[in-house]
Design a protein around this ligand. Structure first.
Ligand code: HEM
Length: 216
C-alpha cells in the first residue's frame, strides 16, 4: 500500500499548466488515431466470434488535476469502432488516461455504454515503451462495475491492457477482458487488438491555450 501524507488537503502551489510537457509515458498518445485492422473475439451463443474492425481514437489533453497531494496530468479519450460490413457502432468507449509524475501511477478509466465502468492501473517510467494496466472485479480501487444484467449474464471478472509504442510513432494495444458467460463453464477470453496510426496532432490543454493567448 502506498503511504499517503497526513495532510490530505494542501495542493501543490507550483503546478505546471502545460499538460503536454508533463504527460510522461502518455505524451505519445496525444492526438487523433485511426486503424482499419482491429480484431475482436466476442462471445456469441455458438462460440467465439472473430470480427475485423475500424477504429478511431481521439486523445485530448485536459488541465492538470490536483486533489490534495495527488496531481494527475491526462488525456480525455473517445474510442469509436465500426466495421466494413455494418454502419452501426460496434464498440464505443470514453474515459481518461492519467499519469501521476510523483509516483509513476498510470490509470485508464473506461466507460462503455452497455452499462459498465472500470479503472485500470499500472506503474510506468516517463519514457516507458510498454504500458500494462489491470482492473479486477470486486476491487474497490481499481475495479469493474457493471449493470445487474451484465453481472447475471456476462460477468466481467478482469481487464488488462498492454499498450506498446512503436518506433514509427504508431502504437499497438491488446486488451484481455475475462468474462463469465451464464451457462458456460470456462471463462471467455474477450480479446481486442489493434495498431493505431496518427491522423491528427496533439493540441494544448485549455489552460495552456488561454495563457498562451494572454501572453501574445
Ligand atoms: C476494442 C474493444 C472492444 C470491442 C471491439 C468489443 C466488442 C464487443 C462485441 C462485438 C461484443 C458482442 C456484443 C453483442 O453480441 O451484442 C462484446 C461483448 C462484450 N464486451 Fe466487448 N468489446 C471491446 C472491449 C470491451 C471491454 C474493454 C470490456 C470491459 C472492460 C468489454 C466488455 C464486454 C462484455 C461484458 C460483453 C458481453 C455483453 C454482450 O455480449 O452484450 N468489451 N464486445
Amino acid at each position: 500500500m502506498p503511504i499517503f501524507p497526513a495532510d490530505i488537503f494542501t495542493e501543490p502551489s507550483d503546478v505546471d499548466p502545460d499538460t503536454l510537457a508533463n504527460l510522461g509515458p502518455l505524451r505519445r498518445l496525444a492526438g487523433s488515431w485511426e486503424a482499419r485492422s482491429g480484431v475482436d473475439l466476442a462471445p456469441k451463443p455458438d462460440g467465439p466470434e472473430r470480427r475485423v474492425y475500424i477504429e478511431r481514437v481521439d486523445m485530448v489533453p485536459i488541465d492538470p488535476q490536483a486533489n490534495g497531494p495527488q496531481l494527475f496530468y491526462g488525456l480525455r479519450y473517445h474510442t469509436h469502432i465500426t466495421t466494413e460490413e455494418e454502419d452501426v457502432t460496434f464498440h464505443d468507449q470514453v474515459g481518461y488516461w492519467l499519469w501521476e509524475p510523483a509516483t509513476g501511477l498510470v490509470l485508464q478509466t473506461i466507460a462503455i455504454p452497455r452499462g459498465q465502468v472500470a479503472i485500470a492501473a499500472g506503474q510506468a517510467t516517463p519514457d516507458a515503451d510498454t504500458l500494462v494496466l489491470t482492473a479486477t472485479r470486486g476491487q474497490t480501487e481499481y475495479g469493474i462495475c457493471s449493470t445487474a444484467f451484465l453481472e447475471y449474464a456476462f460477468r466481467t471478472d478482469s481487464y488488462r491492457i498492454e499498450l506498446t509504442f512503436n518506433p514509427d510513432g504508431s502504437w499497438h494495444y491488446v486488451t484481455d477482458t475475462v468474462l463469465t458467460v451464464r451457462g458456460q463453464t470456462a471463462p471467455f477470453a474477450h480479446r481486442d487488438e489493434n495498431r493505431l496510426v496518427r491522423v491528427g496532432e496533439a493540441v494544448a490543454n485549455p489552460l495552456q491555450r488561454i495563457l498562451a493567448a494572454k501572453s501574445d
